[in-house]
Ligand binder design. Structure first.
Ligand code: LLP
Length: 467
């Protein structure tokens, strides 16, 4: 058993250094994991978007997702600006809304000029309701239902076709419609180093057409007057730190593009997917957004030049790298249990229902105590959730100041795949979310109530007490 007894750990310094006062000063690791607007105020509390996190919790309750608008917008702009700088052709960044799909987040991304990648009828409905224009919405999915396809056709979004069954369904559904815009998702056979559940580009994947079928697929599609095939799509995985797989992907995709010409298809769009990793801990070292975009733009241009092809409209669809760092989750500390010589459990009022990533992917997070930001880090504890499951651990070996009940523990970089994968396990109501900017906080997701929890329940007459 790994002992995490506090005396074995070297603790140094405070949780957070608000500013770099001179160039030689080391930056606190937490500074890099928090949203851009993070500060420590005169009450020694963490402030995000000009709002004191402890006050936000008093106002909106706990746990609370806190989304920093400036950090999200800055990431949108970094993608957009990098394409402007490195790609002479047309480009479009899509936000992969599976990372966090809700009205406000879709609206912010769209207001920065981004399109939206959706992967279900529900995500599509939300993006449309947020006012995103259908020309900028792309529907993915390896098993789109008939109603989802109908909604996509009727609303005029682009459908990224994943397999033969879907192609046949679409041909049927478009008998009497205007031609429908589609793209084809291909499995590139590119391996990358990330958790096996979030790898999608290798050949043994449920997503996309097999590259061995390409001739047949292109030939079939070219004969369908109701399907207007505008381009190709691939996505190789998520939380990727290497640039090489995306470089390889760019080259392969341009070659596929070239191959479509012999079927009379005149494609214009090439979508390279998402997947850029982010920093969850101080030892993570992902490439910057700019470097990722640069590498892709360069390889697409070089391969197009070598193949004598005009530059396609280049799309990408990041999720995590747009929104993860923009959000933190604030919890309230409750019970503490010391298991002598083994570990100390500090329990919070949420857990695997609002952040299923640690239990699902063994993801590692970092936290700070928001109401004592300059306190020295003296403890190594295990931050546990409140669910009836021993695996409901948010952070193993968290380095924190001494905590007490009522302290506000902030887990960092929770913007991606937290709310969107949240559940009501143990019938915990899902937390509220606020967006903060310039000292103002606005609710973007209401906290669920107990009434919400039983809203969809039905109690048949014969089961009612007394009957
Ligand atoms: N495009 C497609 C087709 C995708 O399947 C995904 C992610 C993305 C774009 C965005 O990838 P990103 O830039 O966010 O890496 N729940 C997992 C992540 C699953 C990713 C699924 N697809 C997690 O919590 O790590």
């Amino acid at each position: 058993m790994v002992s995490t007894h506090p005396t074995e750990v070297q603790h140094t310094g405070t949780q957070y250094l608000p500013q770099k006062r001179n160039p030689n000063e080391t930056v606190s690791p937490n500074q890099e994991l928090l949203p851009l607007t993070a500060k420590v105020n005169s009450d020694d509390c963490l402030e995000i978007g000009g709002c004191d996190v402890t006050t936000l919790v008093q106002q909106f309750g706990s746990p609370l997702y806190i989304l920093d608008e400036e950090t999200l917008r800055a990431a949108c702009r970094q993608y957009r600006d990098a394409f402007k700088q490195y790609y002479p052709g047309v480009s479009q960044v899509l936000y992969a809304s599976k990372a966090w799909n809700c009205l406000a987040v879709c609206a912010i991304a769209a207001s920065e000029g981004l399109g939206i990648d959706v992967v279900s009828g529900g995500e599509l409905y939300t993006a449309l309701a947020a006012g995103v224009s259908p020309e900028k919405i792309y529907l993915h999915g390896n098993n789109k239902s008939q109603p989802e396809l109908v909604l996509a056709i009727e609303s005029g979004v682009t459908i990224v076709v994943d397999n033969w069954q879907e192609l046949h369904n679409l041909v049927q559904l478009t008998q009497n419609t205007q031609p429908v815009r589609i793209m084809l998702r291909l499995t590139p056979g590119i391996e990358c180093h990330t958790h096996e559940y979030i790898r999608t580009g290798h050949l043994d994947s449920k997503f996309g057409f097999d590259p061995n079928d390409l001739d047949e697929v292109f030939s079939f599609v070219s004969k369908q007057p109701s399907l207007n095939c505008i381009g190709l799509h691939a996505h190789i995985g998520s939380q990727i730190f290497e640039l090489q797989p995306h470089q390889d992907l760019g080259a392969v995709m341009v070659q596929w593009f070239r191959d479509t010409a012999k079927y009379g298809l005149s494609l214009t769009e090439l979508n390279i997917g998402g997947g850029l990793g982010i920093r969850y801990t101080e030892s993570d070292d992902p490439p910057s957004i700019e470097d990722w975009v640069k590498v892709i733009c360069e390889v697409v241009q070089e391969t197009c030049a070598a193949e004598n092809l005009p530059l396609p409209k280049l799309l990408c669809e990041p999720g995590r790298s747009l929104i993860a760092t923009a959000c933190v989750t604030a919890y309230t500390v409750g019970a503490t249990k010391v298991v002598p010589e083994i570990r100390t459990y500090v329990s919070v009022d949420g857990g695997m229902s609002d952040n299923p990533r640690p239990i699902t992917y063994q993801s590692v997070y970092r936290a700070v105590v928001a109401n004592k930001m300059s306190a020295n880090v003296t403890e190594t504890v295990t931050v546990a959730g409140k669910h009836c499951e021993s695996g409901d651990i948010l952070i193993k070996n968290a380095q924190l100041p001494k905590t007490e009940p009522g302290d506000i523990l902030v887990v960092m970089a929770t913007g991606a795949y937290n709310y969107s994968m949240a559940s009501n396990y143990n019938r915990l109501p899902r937390p509220a979310a606020v967006v903060v900017a310039n000292g103002e906080a606005n609710l973007i997701l209401q906290r669920e109530t107990y009434q919400d929890l039983i809203r969809q329940d039905c109690l048949p007459e014969r089961l009612k007490r007394g009957n």
